[in-house]
Design a protein around this ligand. Structure first.
Ligand SMILES: [Zn+2]
Length: 327
């Protein structure tokens, strides 16, 4: 007899440095949670073993047997094919190529498993349990070292024809812009991510611009990053403020594109760089307002994420639950 759908789901958030696992019930309540280091350098088999061990500690905490779960949902950074469950590559798991994550998990847990990228997991988590509850048209943008995205259309996650949709960080903002990690030029990620801020900061220091930035990075130009730029900007450093405002402007161009294409009810902006707050977001909203259709801009609600570091496990579990209902 199939298990009732009220069985908990195991959510896994696979990061480059840590593995989070959690048992989530059908209300989104977390029954147990465990965190352990990712043995990334030892290869996929060892990582799967570490996930199983971490899950085992969750089962113990909740006094449950592994057979009691409905399914396993795993969120991982990087492009993947959700249909085949293969993670093509991952920026945080060096050497990983075409890893059949879902197959490996299903073998280990003897349960169905589902793979989702980390930004898609985050938007699903916010939709089900966080800032976007009750909404049906939602965009999620996460700005950290890179820029990722998730799209909800009609209350469902939109993943495209083969699962590689919502690469919002790779929409072209300036066709003459700097080279992006993806090989294209002038992507949003190449103009408004933490990495692009740092690169631009170093370039301007090398040009001889007077700035307190170098001081904030202990005099080491290689230590200039989004964090030091934030600190310098908060101290009023002109260059740092200019860099953040410039990233905010490009972010606003990207937001205008999203508003005009999707007419969302809400755009959630998360990720470490978004913590810069007003100095980044005010120019972004101003630019979006100047460029987007008034009707789309005036109705959208911009919000921050509500769920913090648990959004990966919550979203992966929600995805597995959704997929089990579909099949
Ligand atoms: Zn790109």
């Amino acid at each position: 007899m199939p298990l009732p759908s009220k069985s908990p789901t195991l959510g896994v958030d696979l990061g480059g440095t840590k593995i989070l696992t959690a048992l989530i019930d059908h209300h989104g309540e977390m029954l147990a949670r465990d965190q352990s280091p990712t043995p990334a350098e030892k290869g996929p088999e060892e990582v799967i073993r570490a996930i199983r061990e971490s899950a085992g500690r969750c089962f113990d905490q909740a006094c449950l047997d592994a057979s009691a779960i409905e399914a396993v949902g795993i969120g991982a950074p990087g492009p993947s094919n959700p249909e085949s469950g293969v993670l093509f590559t991952s920026p945080h798991l060096p050497g990983w190529r075409d890893v059949p994550l879902v197959g490996l998990l299903e073998k280990k847990f003897k349960k169905r498993a589902f793979l989702i990228n980390d930004a898609n997991a985050a938007v699903l988590a916010e939709l089900n349990f966080g800032a976007a509850q009750g909404l049906s048209q939602v965009i999620y943008l996460t700005i950290s070292t890179g820029i990722g995205g998730g799209i909800i259309i009609g209350g469902r996650l939109y993943t495209g024809a083969i699962g590689c949709a919502a690469e919002l960080g790779h929409m072209t903002i300036n066709d003459q812009g700097p080279r992006c990690n993806c090989g294209n030029y002038g992507c949003l990620e190449a103009l408004a991510s933490g990495t692009s801020l740092a690169r631009e900061g170093r370039r301007r220091i090398r040009e001889g611009v007077q700035t307190a930035l170098l001081e904030c990075a202990s005099g080491d130009i290689e230590k200039v990053d989004a964090r030091t730029i934030r600190i310098a900007a908060e101290k009023g450093d002109a260059l740092a403020r200019e860099l953040v405002a410039r990233a905010g402007y490009y972010l606003g161009v990207g937001l205008a594109n999203l508003l005009n294409i999707f007419n969302p009810q809400m755009i959630i902006i998360g990720g470490g760089v978004s913590n810069m707050g007003e100095m980044l977001l005010a120019p972004a909203y101003k630019t979006a307002g100047e460029r987007a259709y008034e009707a789309a801009f005036s109705m959208v609600k911009f919000a921050g994420p509500k769920l913090g570091k648990n959004s990966g496990v919550l979203g992966a579990a929600a995805y597995a639950r959704e997929m089990m209902q579909k099949h």
